[in-house]
Design a protein around this ligand. Structure first.
Ligand code: FMN
Length: 268
């Protein structure tokens, strides 16, 4: 699939075929894409655990639910729980493991070098003491992490590219500790629910977004980034920008899918 189409086909799917398993190779593709996401100091801040709806007991599934993710946990065949490893920087500094910045790997592979002032000496005497070590004595700090979210985002697009339906929703942290045996140093990012769509891939249509100019700015926060309609048209032609929600048949589709999946239906 073309990249622009993959971005355009993204939907936060609400309806999965519970009986259709997801090929393990496709789950691996999601993780491989996440593994290659950009990450600060080349350290693996992102961790993920794959679980299968049918390999967990009903009681275990209950423990993982939040009000937002209950139906997704009941219907999606695969869950990928994404975490931020709050201890990854300390481990990288202490162990100086390849290929972290702390190990000098970026100098060895020629990613960073003299043109940027980098050398092994620079890593030992500047990067470690001034960038990597400060704050470590405070211990693991909660608060989220861009790297972990980036890895999840790339995995999300890879799932779409593999023809899968996907959605994100929070999970119960204490339940995850019990069921998935996660270390205390892992902070939840979000759960990713993966499966084959029970509704059409287009689902409701592309969900609305706030106006482009209210989100993006040109050189000053006071100066909106003006959209060029020729570019927007090209993106419509390439499939990045698609038919907005709701598509006219959506209510009927939701009723039919809810009946098929035995889910609660609209009273009307
Ligand atoms: C961190 C995060 C948490 C989310 N939590 C939920 C959720 O609990 N339930 C849900 O249905 N969608 C959830 N979503 C999906 C958003 O609701 C969705 O991205 C937004 O409505 C835009 O729709 P789209 O993704 O289909 O374009 C979440 C997305 C993110 C990034």
């Amino acid at each position: 699939m073309e990249f622009k189409q993959t971005v355009g086909r993204h939907r936060s799917s609400q309806y999965f075929l519970p009986w259709r398993p997801v090929e393990r190779k496709k789950v691996q593709v999601i993780l491989e894409a996440g593994r290659l996401a950009s990450r600060a100091v080349n350290t693996a801040f992102s961790k993920a655990i794959v679980a299968y709806r049918d390999s967990l007991t009903a009681a275990e599934r209950e423990k993982l639910k939040t009000p937002f993710s209950a139906t997704l946990i009941d219907t999606a065949p695969v869950y990928i729980f994404w975490f931020y490893d709050m201890d990854a920087r300390r481990v990288a500094v202490e162990e100086r493991k390849w290929p972290t910045v702390a190990s000098g790997a970026l100098v060895d592979i020629g990613a960073l070098g003299p043109p940027h002032g980098w050398s092994h000496r620079y890593v030992q005497h500047v990067v470690l003491p001034e960038v990597l070590m400060p704050g470590l004595d405070a211990g693991p700090q909660r608060g989220g992490n861009a790297d972990a979210a980036l890895a999840m985002a790339q995995g999300l697009l890879a799932a779409i590219d593999e023809g899968l339906a996907v959605n994100l929703a929070p999970f119960d942290e204490a339940g995850a500790k019990e069921v998935l045996r996660t270390p205390d140093t892992w902070e939840p990012v979000t759960a990713m629910f993966v499966g084959y769509p029970a509704d059409s891939w287009e689902a409701a249509g592309q969900e609305p977004r706030p106006p482009f100019e209210s989100m993006f700015f040109d050189q000053r926060a006071s100066q909106p980034f003006e959209r060029d309609q020729r570019v927007t048209q090209r993106l419509k032609d390439s499939g990045l920008i698609q038919r907005p929600a709701p598509v006219p048949w959506r209510a009927k589709e939701v009723r039919a899918v809810s009946r098929m999946l035995n889910l609660a239906e609209d009273e009307e």
